[in-house]
Ligand binder design. Structure first.
Ligand code: BES
Ligand code: MN
Ligand code: ZN
Length: 495
């Protein structure tokens, strides 16, 4: 993982490999940086930008060798749009620029108005440089280069602290991506749990972890996750990962993550085309783990408990059948309709467990439904919930994190679709509105022992958690780490 360091002025003296400068406007583009460019540099760029018809499209890059007035080997010009600005633009541009820079040292000298924009540049730079090489046979050289960020901020805005925070966030986002990208024969409930235990162990007491194994899950009455996991030779786990700040008088938030390490669909098996990316069906649990660790490292004044609901959904000889009835942790009986709707079953048990500790809020994060991808496309996640204020707080936090989301309703009229002829609940309703009925199912478990609702929001990240296309901006191919930024923004706003 690269480290972030604050550039010391002046820019002209920086003598590394790639210096990143912004371009904005149109016909011709004009260069823009965190500080005034040296005279010979500005003059040169004035000449070549129109000649090269340099694009100012957000994230478009143009590489120039040997630019007069600078010691850097080359300059990457990155588009900031026609009317420069916004942390989302800077985050994307920084990511694209670092990817275009390739190997060697990089410095970014992008213009920014405040600490938020500086953080976006720094996080975007690290995020854009991410690569997953774990499964390559050639020994990968770790990317431990320094990324220099030039800042125009005042001392009182503590640019150094901004970079330190950005580094913590980016490192944990990278961990979530690594977990998602790891092959599903190598990451399974037990190995996932062990990795989290190791991270907690290395946290020098900031984090505590508890693992419920398959035996404990049966004994504890977690019929949802036990049912999903019983078709696999690799049994399920629920991992509880907790961070408690020193001050005890703080809000308490519970984060519940869907951790299906592979979703074959079970006996309602998926067609092969839809199965290839299903190692990413644990992206919710990965995001939750990364968020709890980051919250602890940042020392946020909020108690955060993560519940990772880990299981493999396989069609083994003991697999669950449609028509089975299971009893959930909270006593509710559920009729299994389609074994491919497994996410809500593991989450419901996790939410019931979370509810037992009396949190102020519950968030669940899950690659839950293809229907949500149909509704919002591959780059926007859906937000549902039983509390309008909390749901709005989440979409606002997602805005600040530059992780796009949109609210979806939980229509009472669809609730009857979950009525079962034999059990308390059916776990799947009509095909239409599939993201919403999944949400309505989960809503039944966001309740305390008296049956009173606990403020809860549901983040369906099935679309943006895994990028099947090309990298763009700060988002790589494969696992994206989406929702870590949103959850951290939300948690920080509670403290
Ligand atoms: N993990 C899938 C949802 C999914 C689909 C995530 C595409 C990412 C990309 C989930 O477990 C699933 O299979 N959902 C079913 C639900 C249906 C059986 C009610 C779906 O979306 O088709
Ligand atoms: Mn499924
Ligand atoms: Zn799934």
């Amino acid at each position: 993982m690269p480290s972030l360091i604050l550039g010391s002025h002046p820019l002209a003296a920086w003598s590394g490999r790639t210096l990143v400068i912004g371009v904005t406007g149109s016909d011709p583009a004009t260069a823009t940086a965190s500080e005034e460019l040296p005279k010979p540099t500005a003059k040169h760029l004035d000449q070549v930008l129109p000649l090269l018809e340099v694009s100012t499209k957000v994230g478009a890059t143009t590489t120039l060798p040997a630019v007069p007035g600078l010691k850097a080997d080359k300059v990457v010009l990155v588009g900031l749009g026609t009317d420069e600005g916004g942390s989302d633009v800077l985050r994307r541009a920084a990511g694209a620029a670092v990817r275009a820079a390739g190997k060697g040292s990089v410095a970014l000298a992008l213009p920014h108005a405040d600490a938020t924009e500086l953080a976006a540049i720094a996080e975007g730079a690290v995020a854009g440089g991410y690569a997953f090489t774990e499964h390559k046979s050639a020994p990968a050289t770790a990317d431990d280069r320094e990324i220099t960020v030039f800042s125009s901020l005042d001392r009182k805005d503590a640019p150094k602290d901004v970079l330190a925070t950005a580094e913590t966030v980016a490192r944990n986002v990278a961990w979530a991506r690594d977990l998602v990208n790891t092959a599903p024969n190598l990451l399974f409930p037990q190995s996932f749990a062990e990795q989290v235990q190791q991270v907690a162990k290395a946290s020098s007491g900031k984090l505590t972890v508890k693992v419920l194994d398959d035996k404990a899950l049966v004994e504890g009455g977690f019929g949802g996750i036990v049912g999903v996991g019983q078709g696999s030779s690799r049994p399920p786990r629920i991992v509880t990962l907790s961070y408690t700040p020193r001050s005890k008088k703080v809000p308490h938030i519970a984060l519940v993550g869907k951790g299906i390490t592979f979703d074959s669909g079970g006996v309602c098996i998926k067609p092969s085309a839809g199965m290839l990316t299903m190692k990413s069906d644990m992206a919710g649990a990965a995001a939750v783990a990364a968020t709890v660790v980051a919250a602890a490292e940042l020392g946020l004044p909020v108690a955060v408990t993560g519940y990772l609901c880990l299981a493999e959904n396989m069609p083994g000889d003991n697999a669950q059948r449609p028509g089975d009835v299971v009893t959930m942790r909270n006593g509710t009986t559920v009729e299994i309709i389609d074994t491919d709707a497994e996410g809500r079953m593991v989450l419901a048990d996790g939410m019931a467990l979370a509810a037992e500790s009396g949190p102020d809020q519950i968030l669940d994060v899950a690659t839950l439904t293809g229907a949500c991808v149909v509704a919002l496309g591959p780059k926007i996640f859906g937000v549902m919930g039983n509390d309008d204020d909390l749901r709005t707080a989440i979409t606002e936090a997602s805005d600040r994190a530059d992780e796009p989301s949109w609210p979806l309703p939980l229509p009472v009229d669809l609730r009857s679709g979950l009525d079962s002829f034999v059990a308390d609940l059916a776990h799947k309703g009509d095909r239409w509105g599939g993201a919403l009925t999944a949400g309505l199912f989960l809503q039944e478990f966001a309740k305390d022992a008296e049956g009173e609702p606990i403020p809860w929001a549901h983040l369906d990240i099935a679309g943006p958690s895994f990028n099947e296309g090309s990298p763009w901006g700060h988002v790589p191919k494969g696992g994206t780490g989406v929702a870590v930024g949103t959850m951290l923004e939300h948690i920080a706003s509670l403290g």
